[in-house]
Design a binder for this molecule. Structure first.
Ligand code: NAI
Ligand code: SAJ
Length: 454
């Protein structure tokens, strides 16, 4: 055993009683390293630090590491996170570093929560996770436990990470543990979710990995821990949750298109349909963004051999929805005898959903690009991000009213837009609300709500 390992008794393969292991965990005798200090990683590191008192966070972004070590929280709009990070850093329970391999040396539990993305051609990209696995392997010791929380294509732990960790560390099967412990957390509620909004799923490469991970997370969560058969089952649980959501949002977006032909408020029909328990039709919107829900289908479509036509079609429907929004706008501008080309359009929102500073796969950006392609002059407003890399001029939410716009599209319902006086716009301005977010009952003018119509 390496010198370091003498300092911390193992959790994986421990010969202590369960209660002794639990006490050791909460006393910080199993030092934890969390790889990735982003929207998910920082809240996760915070809850581990609250529970064990000894967490090292690793991030490649030096500014993130510096801010954490200053007790400063870089993740916005997460209730309780700012205070928790400041207190835990001040107490010495949480620190950060850019040196993943060194941090691995000091850890008994390695938690991986770095991005799993897709490439330009929609291939799953697990390269960041494998890069972190190499860092971990440099410091992996017998008795360590690796808990992967990044969403992965099912089979990745078994077929990619386990062989890689064994090969790079020189340790054998059964000398250390690997468990897939998916993060079931939403930005904006991250601390509450990590602490226990939902049951925690754990699945190990072997029974001891599952046991050790279940014990650790049972100390972390106020909810239950659900052990499953193996890592692949746990990976599938997480991906299936996302697939369910993408397909159901696609259904909602497709139903919303019946508004014109049926002459009904489809949203009203959806709300009433959902009054019986077998229906949970989701909300129509401008499309599906973020680096999760629109990415996870490719963790099956471009990973497994088995055809999945429903998943592929749902992706097509959701990806076409931003263009459908622009089609609606163009039709209403042409009804007035004008053309979209040469019109000035303000798009409210750039991020993929309200309150989250994340632009990956954002439908609002697709709307801006489509408007630009069709010759419109595009302004984009967002309280959290700028318009870098987008064919639009950024405008402050408070300055939106100063723009002589032919049309305004509410793409992301940030609360900062609640203050906009929609009646101040000339009646000729076309307003499109893709989120049914405007309280248009009181408005003296037409607003086209996607799924509701004029
Ligand atoms: N964002 C969400 O709502 C949820 C995300 N997840 C999973 O968590 C993953 C991470 O999500 P977020 O935290 O939102 O991503 P994020 O982009 O907010 O944060 C990722 C962090 O990892 C850091 N990083 C990148 N490469 C690294 C490396 N080699 N070593 C150490 N740090 C590195 C980045 O600098 C960044 O700070 C997602 O890809 C997904 O698989 C799971 C549930 C919810
Ligand atoms: C199954 C599930 O609810 N997954 C959540 C999801 O969080 P995420 O931040 O991606 O937001 P989201 O609410 O799913 O929205 C994704 C996209 O879909 C849109 N959206 C969402 C719900 C809906 O009814 N209609 C709709 O158009 C949103 O505006 C956004 O553009 O993905 C997260 C993840 O896995 O990364 C996951 O942890 C979260 O619990």
């Amino acid at each position: 055993m390496s010198e370091r390992a003498e300092l911390a008794a193992p959790l994986y393969g421990s010969d202590r009683s369960e209660s002794a292991q639990r006490e050791a965990f909460t006393r910080g005798e199993y030092p934890v390293t969390v790889y990735g200090l982003g929207k998910m990683g920082l809240p996760i590191a915070t809850v581990f630090a609250e529970t064990t008192g000894t967490v090292t966070g690793v991030d490649i972004d030096e500014s993130v590491v510096d801010r954490v070590n200053d007790g400063d929280c870089h993740v916005r709009n997460e209730p309780g996170l700012d205070e928790a990070v400041a207190d835990l850093v001040a107490d010495g329970a949480l620190r950060a570093t850019t040196d993943g391999a060194a941090a691995a040396e000091g850890a008994r539990i390695h938690v991986v929560i770095v991005p799993t993305l897709i490439t330009e051609d929609h291939q799953p990209d697990t390269s960041v996770v494998t890069s972190v696995a190499r860092d971990i392997a440099e410091g992996l010791a017998p008795g360590d436990l690796v808990c992967v929380e990044s969403t992965l294509p099912p089979g990745t732990c078994r077929d990619v990470l386990a062989p890689l960790l064994r090969y790079e560390s020189g340790l054998d099967d059964g000398e250390f543990g690997i468990a897939f412990c998916p993060e079931r957390t939403s930005s904006g509620r991250a601390l509450a979710d990590v602490r226990g909004s939902h049951p925690k799923v754990v699945g190990g490469v072997d029974a001891e990995s599952t046991r050790a991970a279940a014990l650790a997370y049972d100390e972390l969560t106020t909810n239950e821990v659900i052990p499953v058969s193996d890592t692949t089952t746990a990976e599938a649980v997480k991906v299936f949750e996302g697939l369910y959501r993408d397909v159901n949002i696609a259904l909602a977006n497709e139903l919303a298109r019946f508004t014109g032909e049926l002459g009904i408020d489809v949203r009203e029909a959806i709300d009433v349909a959902n009054t019986q328990p077998y229906c949970d039709i989701h909300d129509p919107g401008p499309g599906v963004g973020g680096h999760c829900i629109p990415y996870y289908p490719y963790f099956v479509l471009n990973w497994l051999e088995t055809p999945a036509p429903l998943l592929a079609t749902a992706r097509e429907v959701n990806d076409a929805t931003p263009v459908h929004v622009v089609d609606l706008l163009e039709a209403r501008i042409e009804e007035r005898g004008d053309s979209l080309a040469g019109s000035t359009v303000v798009v409210l929102g750039i991020t993929y959903r309200a309150g989250v500073a994340e632009t990956r796969a954002s439908p609002a950006i697709d709307i801006c690009r489509t408007l630009d392609d069709r010759g419109a002059t595009v302004y984009a407003s967002d309280p959290l991000v700028d318009a870098e890399g987008i064919p639009a001029t950024w405008v402050h939410p408070e300055e939106v009213g100063a723009i002589d716009a032919d049309a305004v599209v509410l793409a992301t319902d940030h609360e900062e837009f609640d203050a906009i006086d929609w009646d101040a716009y000339p009646s000729s301005t076309v307003l499109i609300d893709t989120r049914d977010a405007l309280d248009d009952d009181g408005l003296e003018r037409d607003v086209y709500v996607v799924g509701r119509g004029p």
